[in-house]
Design a protein around this ligand. Structure first.
Ligand SMILES: [Zn+2]
Ligand SMILES: [Zn+2]
Length: 648
């Protein structure tokens, strides 16, 4: 008999050779129906793998990432079978699962695969799936494996096998198809109910451009047709919400090859949006006791040698700028922290002065390879909503909680309702990897965990994920399409206070080291605006909208009245513009919908006579005719509801 430990800690006994599927069956028939793969003693196994020793077992279903991986990887075998049948002479190479699907790299020989081939391949894949063929893993000797692929004249698989050790090689069979594979499959092809080939691309064998070029076929699959449909709709929606597309349509930002790659240019509407975001955070930070500071865009190389940044990133950064005569070297500022340390050092502090909270919308420059650049999410110059808190170790607890409050306030005001947090602690087995004494680490880690608990955060603890200089708390927000984005890191730092010899005078009249907290709720203005665009699809919270209303006149005759309405709105601090073009009202409404205006105010004869506006709300339609003041009240009420003042 063997002892199998389940994730809940319970231990069950089974006969040697029992499979994960047997274990699932012993728990419930429902679970057994859904189990598609498993992990035994940290190794991915198949539901049919016989278990021969005691060990820990985790069962995976479609709802687990590992389950999806097995599902998609198995589908790549099915696709490979279809390709081999439909395009005889094709040579298969590798076919892994990836995020949201799988691919297979294939040498199609003379044939050029295009999207026109997809339907045929998909149909054959579904036919194979319906055959409910079991995936069966078997060991083969190296000699037999080589022999098999030499007969097929497949140099790629031969090369793979040559690099494997005899005794570790397995083949996977299903239906009439065999593939070299390490394992990680679903029980049978029958649970694959929906398949879709997504795209083709070129790929070099082993990613080496000197090696033969292959065709990479991307696909995805699902256990239900409905799930495939939902996934495709999500992709469609994500395309519509692509921040690069929306940024152009809403005239927020642009890039210029002349200015340089990865250097965003903010257009007037984008700059105004950004300014509103900055003012919003500045106001809350003021309430929270932060003071604004300003530091230059470059700093002496020595500054980053002191901070340790140069040793760690120097080679992969923008290289130093040299002065023509003095032989000085400067770096474009990659981070604001060293500058703020020197701002702290400009004054001698007593424990009574702490905490000091220095904030700056500081623009930093980081070299990214041109291929890595992406819209506003990966750029070479960006502005962080940065702040550094310098406090005594005893104040850490309180300060951490305050930073969490501020971060949650930001999420709430901007409509991010779904988020989780991760607490990253040091690895207690490898304490020498970290700077700072046990005592301060314990204190800081406890402070973070108790703060997360007290604030009711939905958090996970990851041991060994802390930076060498301190533990941290990261927030992950889920956007409207269910995608996760990391936002708002709060990081404790024992390293920079050491390196910059930061001190304060304690009540004992002795010199002590302050603790430093780095925090940026937005992360950077660029990335945050990108995420906000994709989350809201450009329908920002009303308080943030570049223009909250547009006045659409039924004809040019009402120009004067339109202007009167506009002035009234401006007096009520509502941002608006008027559209007095000689166009049909239908056209004006359609364009205003495209422009995402939250409110459209239609004015004609009746409205001009009564001093009213006919109001259409974006996404809702007509909400009635009313005096301008009543409309202003609606807008201001809506803003008050979403944008509350930050309270400490
Ligand atoms: Zn496989
Ligand atoms: Zn920092």
């Amino acid at each position: 008999m063997i002892k199998v430990t389940l994730p809940d800690g319970s231990i069950k006994e089974f006969e040697q050779g029992a499979t994960p599927m047997d274990v699932a069956n012993s728990i419930s028939a429902g679970l057994a129906r859904n189990v598609i793969s498993a992990k035994f003693n940290d190794k991915i196994v198949e539901a049919s793998t016989p278990l021969t020793t005691d060990g820990a077992l985790t069962l995976y279903t479609w709802n687990d990432d590992e389950g999806k991986k097995a599902f998609w990887h198995s589908t790549s075998h099915v696709m490979a079978q279809a390709i081999e049948e439909l395009y005889p002479g094709s040579k298969l190479t590798i076919g892994p699962a990836i995020e949201n699907g799988f691919y297979y790299d294939v040498d199609f020989g003379e044939h050029t695969l295009s999207e026109n081939d997809f339907g045929k391949i998909e149909n054959r894949m579904l036919e194979i799936a319906r055959g409910k063929h079991d995936f069966k893993l078997r060991e083969v000797s190296k000699a037999d494996a080589l022999d098999y692929y030499k007969k097929q004249d497949n140099p790629f698989k031969v090369e793979l096998i040559e690099n494997l050790e005899d005794g570790t090689i397995t083949f996977c069979d299903h239906d009439t198809f065999t593939d070299l594979c390490r394992g990680g499959h679903i029980p049978n092809t029958g649970i694959i109910k929906a398949v879709k080939l997504m795209s083709v691309a070129g790929a070099y064998w082993r990613g080496d451009e000197k090696k033969p070029q292959l065709t990479r076929v991307y696909g995805t699959s699902f256990p239900k047709q409905k799930e495939l449909k939902e996934y495709l709709e999500l992709l469609e929606e994500a395309k519509k919400r692509d921040h690069r597309k929306l940024g152009r349509e809403l005239e927020l930002f642009t890039f210029s090859q002349k200015v340089g790659q990865g250097l965003p240019l903010w257009l007037p509407k984008g700059a105004a949006l950004r300014e509103r975001l900055e003012n919003f955070l500045k106001k809350a930070q003021k309430t929270a006791g932060y003071e604004m500071v300003v530091s230059p865009h470059i700093g002496q190389k020595e500054l980053y040698v002191t901070s340790g940044h140069y040793a760690k990133y120097g080679e992969d950064s923008f290289q130093p700028i040299k002065t023509p005569n003095e032989g000085e070297e400067f770096l474009l500022k990659p981070m604001n922290c060293p500058h703020h340390c020197e701002i702290y050092n400009a004054t001698s502090w007593s424990y009574r002065d702490l905490p000091k909270r220095f904030a700056e919308f500081g623009t930093v420059y980081r070299y990214e390879q041109s291929g890595e650049l992406h819209g506003l999410t990966r750029v070479r110059g960006f502005t962080q909503d940065d702040a550094h808190i310098f406090c005594t170790p005893d104040q850490l607890d309180e300060e951490f909680k305050k930073v969490i409050d501020l971060t949650l306030y930001v999420f709430d005001s901007l409509g991010f309702e779904n988020f989780t947090a991760q607490v990253s602690l040091r690895d207690p087995e490898n304490k020498e990897k970290y700077i700072g004494s046990d005592d301060v680490w314990d204190k800081a880690e406890n402070a973070i965990i108790s703060a997360a608990k007290e604030k009711g955060l939905n958090y996970v603890v990851e041991t060994g994920e802390a930076a060498f200089y301190g533990p941290k708390l990261d927030f992950m927000v889920k956007d409207a399409l269910g995608r996760n984005w990391q936002l708002g890191t709060i990081q404790v730092d024992y390293n920079l206070p050491e390196r910059f010899d930061l001190t304060y005078k304690g009540s004992d009249n002795e010199s002590h080291r302050p603790v430093m907290i780095h925090r940026a709720p937005f992360g950077s203005m660029e990335r945050f605006v990108a995420i906000l665009l994709e989350h809201t699809g450009g329908n920002f919270p009303l308080w943030l909208m570049p223009e909250q209303a547009i006045i659409l006149s039924l004809s040019e005759k009402y120009e004067k009245y339109s202007q009167k309405v506009l002035t009234l709105l401006e007096n009520n601090e509502i941002r608006a513009r008027k559209d007095n073009r000689n166009e049909t009202i239908g056209k004006k409404i359609r364009e205003a919908e495209m422009g995402k205006y939250p409110y459209m105010l239609i004015v004609g004869e009746q409205e001009a006579n009564d001093g009213t506006v006919s109001v259409r709300k974006h996404g809702e339609g007509d909400i009635g005719t009313m005096p301008v003041e009543a409309f202003a009240e609606i807008v201001n009420n809506e803003i008050r509801k979403t944008l509350k003042a930050f309270e400490v």
